[in-house]
Design a protein around this ligand. Structure first.
Ligand SMILES: CC(C)(COP(=O)(O)OP(=O)(O)OC[C@H]1O[C@@H](n2cnc3c(N)ncnc32)[C@H](O)[C@@H]1OP(=O)(O)O)[C@@H](O)C(=O)NCCC(=O)NCCS
Length: 147
């Protein structure tokens, strides 16, 4: 274990609707919210069906890590991968991603894809260190909520 990894006794569980404010504040504190997305409705949508969830990592009754996890029947994905700034660099991000992978694996999902925003390239090193590879694909998108 690297020297800067302190043992934080984190427990992971699925989030409940009561966690919405605390978790969306965590996402904001980690710089993951954007004006054009509504994290509260993302949170509610993820809890509304069996193909997605929100993971909550708790320590001393505080949520210090979280991720939205889901699948589309073919691939899994994660969003809002967040460890509270006071607790980063201690191995919790790796534990959080382990939980996300287990959630997907338990549902028979064979692969996880994730998007790193271009302004957040520094996080690529984190994902590489836990086994992810940049793939030679072009990501395309279209908004469906504009009419
Ligand atoms: C990204 C994030 C979840 C990582 O969580 P963390 O708890 O800080 O990461 P860990 O301590 O578990 O790091 C795991 C490994 O990745 C490495 N790592 C972490 N950040 C890194 C970086 N920016 N570059 C290179 N390696 C990195 C660590 O050194 C560690 O490797 P080690 O086990 O050999 O020491 C956290 O920093 C965060 O919430 N960032 C802000 C939100 C964000 O950008 N989320 C990702 C959106 S795509």
């Amino acid at each position: 274990m690297p020297a800067n990894h302190t043992l934080v006794p984190i427990l992971f569980r699925p989030a409940t609707p009561q966690d919405r404010a605390e978790i969306t504040e965590l996402w904001a504190a980690c710089g993951l919210t954007r004006p054009w997305n509504d994290p509260a409705s993302d949170f509610d949508f993820a809890l509304s069906g069996p193909a997605s969830t929100i993971l909550a990592g708790t320590a001393e009754d505080q949520i210090i890590a979280s991720a939205m996890v889901g699948h589309d029947g073919h691939r899994g994905c994660v969003y809002y991968v967040s460890v509270h700034p006071d607790h980063q660099g201690r191995g919790l991000g790796q534990l959080l991603m382990n939980e996300a992978e287990t959630w997907l694996r338990d549902r028979g999902v064979p692969k996880l894809n994730l998007i790193v925003r271009s302004e957040n390239e520094q996080v690529v090193g984190f994902y590489e260190s836990i086994g992810y590879l940049a793939e030679p694909n072009t990501q395309m998108g279209k908004r469906l909520d504009t009419r």
